[in-house]
Write a protein that binds this ligand. Sequence first.
Ligand code: FES
Length: 167
Amino acid sequence: MSNETNRRDFLGYTFAAVAAVGGAASLVGMKQVWDPLPSVLASGFTNVELNGLKAGEPITVMWRGKPIFVLKKTADMEKSDRDLIIGEDRYTVAIGLCTHLGCIPAWKKTQWKCACHGGEFDASGKQTFGPPPRPLDLPPFAVQGSQLVLGEEGPEYKKIAAAMATA
Ligand code: FES
């Protein structure tokens, strides 16, 4: 075999190796481009297990960067058209941002109180005092068994949203 042939083979192998490394690097680059951003991943669905919630003690979960209040109502809390009813239990599901200027109200025994300007919301999320112009907003959700799926518009959500729109 001549030196010329060996040299050609060597160049061919070198080219193939460089092309393979380049191809692998572009695949890594493409994967980074195609992968959803963390913000997009966070904007999906959030499941909330309702079993085990204690009546009268709301929890706060984060969904799409917003606090969501989920309260299992006690028997003596006033019933509302916006109650999510599952079996014997009634729940309030609300976006935990004050409808005045967006502060996060805190739960105080039987109601949410907003420290910013004194707004108050009852256990159903309805504004009862101060400057908030409307009840706490309703996040889209669906019910799957004992779970709340935030981010999906299920029939229960649509029913409550319709009731709130006519209230
Ligand atoms: S932001 Fe809540 S009362 Fe003003």
